[in-house]
Write a protein that binds this ligand. Structure first.
Ligand SMILES: [Zn+2]
Length: 319
């Protein structure tokens, strides 16, 4: 069995999808890094998902006409790409081609050990327009997400199974083991999560209580859907782990271990079902071949549509 580090390395840098563990289900999420066009992974390859990437400082209005600059926190090289100054992270890796990844932190460039720096510079210039456009798009998206950060207090709102839930701090209730209870609001319509917290609870306390409640719901819902789809696919899952800081929506190991991101519970049930069915399908086909997608389709006929919804899913910042 591969170590976690080896899995990640395989996933990020290898063109060969065959591995004992398949990390996937964040195929083309909009806020994830974008892979460059230079010999990169095929469309079906997993992409990195970043749910809580630190936002870059917004570009001051006065600078709007000045050359843009982009700085990666681990930048070790710089390039002038058109009018833009781009500080990027450069790493030597075992791979066959020069790769560009634009993530929440900025531009990362990975090159084979034998490629001279001038070839790296030439490749950067060749892709300059694409890189600068993607960096600008990433910055704009992060600014939008930043403005959508949840304010954790009485009345905070967040999505649960595709519907908006409003937090109500309810110190009078103990809620025993659960710490919170979901019920209908005063108008009998809106959903309210009553958390057993004092009215002056800190934002961190409110967020942590909401997260604890959501993670319990995630485990319950995921197990129910795993138990629903496993017999339909003729597979047996052995263990469910919730992921958090993970860069994937989910992964499956050949030994039957399934990992799912707890924040999937923000999304509508059919989208969750798609991810669950996707991971269980890997217990039959450990890659993203046509046979794999046929397997997914056998239990989720409209998976195309749901995969698109997952990619476009709206995720408020949680931190
Ligand atoms: Zn997959």
């Amino acid at each position: 069995m591969f170590s976690a580090l080896q899995q990640l390395t395989l996933n990020l840098f290898s063109d060969a999808p065959a591995a004992p563990t398949v990390n996937c289900s964040a195929p083309e999420r909009s806020s994830g890094p974008t892979r460059g066009p230079a010999g990169e992974a095929p469309r079906a390859e997993p992409r990195v998902v970043a749910l809580d990437g630190a936002a870059l400082p917004p570009l001051p209005l006065a600078d709007a006409l000045a050359p843009a600059s982009f700085t990666h926190p681990r930048a070790n090289r710089q390039a002038r790409l058109g009018d833009a100054f781009v500080d990027y992270e450069f790493t030597r890796v075992q791979r066959r081609t020069i790769g560009f990844v634009i993530g929440p932190e900025g531009l990362s460039v990975r090159a084979p050990r034998w490629v001279p720096l001038r070839e790296v510079d030439a490749a950067l210039q060749e892709k300059a327009a694409w890189i600068v456009r993607k960096l600008a798009e990433m910055r704009e998206r992060q600014q939008r997400q930043e403005s959508e950060r949840i304010e954790w207090r009485d009345g905070a709102e967040f999505p649960f199974l595709g519907e908006t839930v409003t937090v109500v701090l309810d110190p009078a209730h103990g809620f025993a083991a659960s710490g919170g209870v979901l019920d209908l609001g005063a108008d009998g319509n809106a959903r309210v999560l009553r958390l057993s917290l004092a009215r002056n609870a800190s934002s961190v306390q409110v967020r942590d209580a909401a997260q604890a409640w959501l993670m319990r719901q995630a485990r319950r819902i995921f197990i129910e859907r795993l138990d629903h789809f496993a017999p339909l696919l003729g597979v047996a899952w052995k263990k469910l782990s919730l992921t958090n800081a993970s860069t994937r929506w989910g992964s499956a190991s050949i030994d039957g271990a399934i990992r799912l991101h707890w924040r999937l519970v923000h999304l509508r049930m059919p989208v969750i079902d798609y991810v669950v069915a996707h991971e269980l399908s890997h217990l039959r086909v450990m890659d993203h071949s046509p046979r794999f997608w046929e397997t997914v389709e056998s239990v989720v006929p409209d998976y195309h549509h749901l995969r698109r919804q997952l990619k476009d899913a709206h995720m408020p910042r949680w931190g």
